[in-house]
Design a protein around this ligand. Structure first.
Ligand code: NAX
Ligand code: K
Length: 453
């Protein structure tokens, strides 16, 4: 099974276009479904290990994939039953239903099986499930040992990651042909369980991709502390936050970290402390300025932000500094790292998915926008997007955003372009959380940062 890391993401409409292109290029719709259903059948066969399978089929092509998979499982000698609540409506699904040929049970009366395949709705879901569907589905999912969703779990909205129906999560979701927003955006992503990509030969040109592990080269043989990247962290009212950002920058590969403003006692000795002056930022060797963690929002914070913006150095703007930004100031930033509250305060709640809104923010500001949360959307002004999902929920603790800002600052100072720096930073931060395990504090996260895979 193929992990989704680095895979292209398509919306429901994009998927239909890709399917239409494949059909225009000579692959019939029946052939597409035959491939999809066969691939689902093969994965289910491996996981079922001989146990009984119940395939739930809806009226559309998601159901069609289910009928094809059921027939494949039967050919493979597995005990398999099929249940539905509605006749097949598309020509391909009707043909697949006929090829199944055997009894189709009524969903409401179907008895549970240890392996459940949810092929009720895929990208065609347009509203919440009727209780006559969600009730039996909930009952059968609860009784099953393993639920495998075909394409997306029934009840989640493909393009915005909203859960339209209250159902238990699937254990595994097979993303057919391309990753969809629902596989990456919360809360739908959590409903998917583990997501694996199924290649059905669909061309998926997309500027949006799932995050993948970065390849980080060690410093060149001739490297010195300044060539490795010099990061200046501008501290403020809450020195601990600046210290976290500075420590994280140092651990994320920076060659030299300068903390400007008041520091805490426990700052590593390797970090150079200085009073904040705008002149201190004039050092041309500074490759990134991180400003915002614990900055405060008072007059002194404002002065430091103005000084940082005037320095012309690439800026990572986080936390309090985001609250002091306006359109003109954003134009001077390389990377903005708002969480949901900061994002809404800057750009409004708007419409569309988190991906759409982040793309609009990046285009509008000209900066890379890292829209943080249980799903993090990273958008560049040129339209590239990386979505990072599935990171540790223990990250929901104070100070982890300060750490992220420092890590991104280190990658930016290392010479990466802002989008790549942000993408690497988000991955490294999530990886540190994975290594830190359960109930860490932001300081622990710094200790778990590593650049090796
Ligand atoms: N588009 C593609 O490129 C491919 C699609 N395939 C499969 O086809 C699926 C999409 O098929 P469809 O477009 O037929 O969509 P679905 O099978 O997801 O469902 C569409 C049907 O459900 C009805 N419906 C929507 N919401 C409902 C609700 N809440 N209650 C009752 N009925 C509701 C619609 O009116 C329509 O009849 C994909 O998810 C995937 O599984 C694969 O077979 C192969 C390639
Ligand atoms: K499904």
């Amino acid at each position: 099974m193929i992990p989704i890391d680095g895979q292209a993401m398509l919306t429901a409409a994009d998927t239909r276009k890709a399917e239409a292109r494949a059909i225009a290029a000579g692959v019939s719709a029946d052939e597409m479904m035959a491939r999809a259903g066969a691939a689902v059948g093969e994965q289910v066969r491996r996981l079922a290990a001989g146990a009984e399978v119940l395939v739930l089929c809806g009226p559309g092509n998601n159901g069609g994939d289910g009928y094809v998979a059921a027939a494949a499982l039967r050919r493979a000698g597995l005990p398999v039953r099929v249940a539905t609540f509605a006749p097949a409506t598309t020509p391909q699904a009707r043909a697949a239903r006929e090829r199944w040929g055997e009894e189709v049970e009524a969903l409401a009366e179907a008895l549970p099986a240890p392996i459940l395949v949810d092929a009720i709705f895929g990208i065609g879901l347009s509203r919440a499930l009727d209780e006559g569907v969600s009730g039996p589905l909930r009952r059968l999912m609860t009784a099953a040992r393993l639920t495998i969703a075909v394409d997306v779990p029934s009840g989640v909205s493909t393009d915005d990651g909203v859960c339209l129906s209250d159902l238990p999560p699937a254990n595994l979701t097979l993303a057919m042909g391309a990753v969809k927003p629902a596989h990456l955006l919360q809360p739908a992503a959590a409903q998917c369980g583990t997501v694996r990509f199924v290649d059905i030969g669909l061309e998926a040109p997309s500027r949006v991709r799932a995050a993948a592990a970065p390849v980080i080269e060690p410093p060149a043989a001739s490297a010195h502390k300044y060539s490795r990247g010099m990061v200046a962290v501008v501290a403020g009212a809450m020195p601990g936050a600046g210290a976290l950002a500075a420590s994280a920058a140092a651990r994320a590969g920076a060659g030299y970290v300068l903390l400007l403003g008041s520091a805490t006692d426990r700052l590593p000795h390797a970090i150079v402390r200085r009073r904040f002056t705008a002149e201190a930022l004039e050092d041309h060797r500074i490759g990134a300025v991180v400003i915002g963690p614990g900055l405060g929002r008072d007059e002194r914070a404002e002065e430091r932000l103005v000084g940082s913006l005037a320095s012309g150095r690439p800026l990572v703007i986080d936390g309090d500094a985001l609250r002091l930004m306006d359109d003109r100031r954003c134009a001077g930033a390389a990377i903005l790292t708002p969480h949901a509250g900061e994002f809404d305060a800057m750009f409004g709640r708007g419409s569309g998915s988190k991906i759409d809104r982040t793309v609009a923010a990046a285009e509008g500001t000209g900066a890379v926008v890292v829209h943080k949360g249980p799903d993090t959307v990273i958008a560049a002004p040129d339209g590239r997007v990386i979505v990072h999902s599935g990171s540790s929920s223990w990250l929901s603790t104070a100070g982890t955003g300060d750490v992220l800002a420092g890590v991104i600052g280190a990658r930016l100072a290392a010479g990466l372009e802002p989008m790549e720096a942000a993408v690497q930073g988000v991955w490294l931060h999530a990886e540190a959380a994975r290594r830190a395990g359960a109930a860490f504090i932001a300081d622990d996260l710094v200790d778990h940062l590593t650049l090796t895979a």
